[in-house]
Write a protein that binds this ligand. Structure first.
Ligand code: PHE
Length: 366
């Protein structure tokens, strides 16, 4: 037995996830009725109040959920910092049990809204994986005005996935221009991983341009949805990384690009909607070494957060939001140009731009 004064042996010292994180603070709450853990990570408020989606899913452990919240919150800071959008980075993760009855889930959402209210503007939220516009309506019953993306009938700007898909689509067009010069994208191939709200709307944009779409989804029911459409092809999920395409578009959960999958890739570029696509930052080097152009996820997928918060908090019309989200294409071209000029990865170029923007905002504030 060691006494309180003995230094703990190094082998039993465990580093808390927050000790490896450069953010501001984390609010932790245990929802006893559903045995859910809620983590609200406030990463950086230099540009504005912390804003980010609420992710609601089952995790192997509370630590995994916390790690996800920390990483996702940092991603939001970077996302807003690249175009100097007046929001700070934050994220909420609600780690729910493997099964949760609909009634119990509603109760949880309402209590979560009460928590946001109590936090009094420390964190503003919107939908993310596992939550929807209908859920934002429920959270807002107790959590308004700290809830974005409520349905139009309840006074919100509605579903954010259309704006996200628009930004990703523009990023894919910009990437084709970067790779092949200006010209029609018709006949090129995009491989979409995950046909959720965003993936589905992205598919519609691409199809309209005559782009060939290959897609996979873990839901077997989608396998036959486009059967008979010569422009659209289903790919079994376990073959996704090795499937040839011009652009690979991850639009499912993050972490898919790792030391095992990157060597399999048969694409020329990666441009998708998922948050945290790279398992670690080093994966950007691996992609570069393979000659694959990587569009940093946080540059590409800002559309939903930007379009919705712009409309609800900054007085934008839908046309304003559309115009601003379409700028993702030009921003991405700038990142590609900086990476080439400085001979660094596109990820490093995007980090540098975000950090420079945060620094200049900091030096301007008192
Ligand atoms: N899920 C969005 C994202 O990751 C978060 C968001 C959506 C925030 C809508 C506000 C409004 O960027």
């Amino acid at each position: 037995m060691s006494s309180a004064l003995d230094p703990a042996p190094a082998t039993v010292t465990r580093v808390h996830p927050q000790q490896r994180w450069d953010g501001e603070l984390v609010v932790t709450h245990f929802d006893a009725p559903t045995r859910s853990m809620i983590f609200i990570a406030v990463h950086n408020t230099t540009l504005g109040p912390a804003t980010g989606g609420t992710r609601m899913m089952h995790y192997a452990s509370p630590d995994d959920a916390l790690e996800d919240a920390l990483r996702l919150a940092r991603g939001m800071t970077l996302k807003f910092a690249v175009p100097r959008f007046a929001c700070g980075g934050g994220k909420a993760v609600i780690a729910i049990p493997a099964t949760l009855e609909p009634e119990a889930r509603l109760g949880l959402l309402r209590r979560y809204g009460g928590l946001l209210k109590k936090l009094n503007g420390l964190f503003y939220t919107g939908p993310d994986v596992g939550t929807s516009t209908a859920d934002m309506d429920v959270i807002a019953e107790t959590g308004a005005p700290y809830v974005f993306s409520r349905s139009v009938g309840k006074g919100g700007a509605g579903d954010s996935s259309g704006f996200t898909a628009l930004g990703v689509y523009r990023a894919i067009l910009a990437t084709f221009a970067q790779l092949d010069g200006e010209g029609s994208p018709a006949g090129k191939t995009v491989l979409i991983q995950g046909l959720g709200n965003v993936g589905r709307k992205l598919l519609a944009h691409l199809r309209r341009d005559g782009i060939r779409v290959r897609f996979s989804d873990v839901n077997p029911a989608l396998r036959t949805e486009f059967a008979g459409d010569p422009q659209i092809e289903f790919i079994p999920p376990d073959e996704i990384h090795a499937t040839p395409c011009d652009v690979f578009a991850p639009c499912a959960l993050g972490g898919g690009l790792n030391a095992e999958t990157i060597p399999q890739l048969r694409c020329r570029a990666v441009v998708g909607a998922a948050n945290n696509q790279l398992q670690s930052p080093e994966m950007a080097e691996r992609l570069r070494a393979r000659g694959i152009l990587y569009a940093p996820d946080f540059v590409v997928n800002i559309g939903g957060a930007m379009g919705i918060t712009g409309m609800e908090a900054m007085g934008w019309s839908e046309a304003d939001a559309t115009r601003e989200v379409e700028k993702v294409g030009a921003t991405l071209r700038e990142i590609y140009a900086r990476a080439a000029a400085e001979n660094i990865t596109t990820l490093a170029a995007a980090h540098r731009l975000a950090e420079a923007n945060l620094l200049s905002a900091q030096s301007r504030s008192p």
